[in-house]
Write a new protein. Structure first.
Length: 142
């Protein structure tokens, strides 16, 4: 399953990148996310591990992930290392029309009960991604 969404935000790529990659900000704009915990000491970089706690379809989930690409202020990517859904995704930040085009993408392999409900899961995740991108825009333009 693959998803991708973009939104234009009226701020510099540096500001958008800094806000979106400060994992303490995640609950402020990422729909369904309750908490983010950094597991690795120091500033984020390739190899940094973190846990996002979220609610999805009424269920609380913890997704342990690791940063696999860290290229400020252009992009970062992650992969899950211990989560109910195997995912790889990230964000790209491109200067555009005096602001930033932010693109969020994710690709995942559903297993177990999630595989049985793949159509419903993709639809729900697509909506959640739309709402998340609008949440990022609102947080950065307010």
């Amino acid at each position: 399953m693959k998803l991708e969404k973009s939104v234009h935000i009226n701020c510099a790529p540096e500001k958008a990148f800094a806000f979106a990659t400060d994992f303490a900000n995640a609950p402020k704009w990422m729909v369904g996310f309750i908490e983010a915990k950094i597991l690795t000491e120091g500033a984020p970089r390739v190899g940094t591990q973190y846990v996002f706690v979220s609610k999805f379809l009424g269920q609380k989930m913890e997704m342990k992930s690791e940063i696999v690409v860290w290229d400020p202020p252009a992009r970062y990517e992650y992969k899950t290392v211990d989560a109910p859904i195997s995912m790889h995704g990230g964000f790209a930040f491109v200067a555009e029309d005096g602001g930033t085009l932010v693109t969020m993408q994710g690709e995942g392999e559903l297993g177990g009960v999630f595989k049985l409900a793949e159509g419903m899961m993709k639809s729900q995740m697509d909506k959640q991604m739309d709402d998340t991108m609008q949440g990022l825009k609102k947080a950065l333009e307010s």
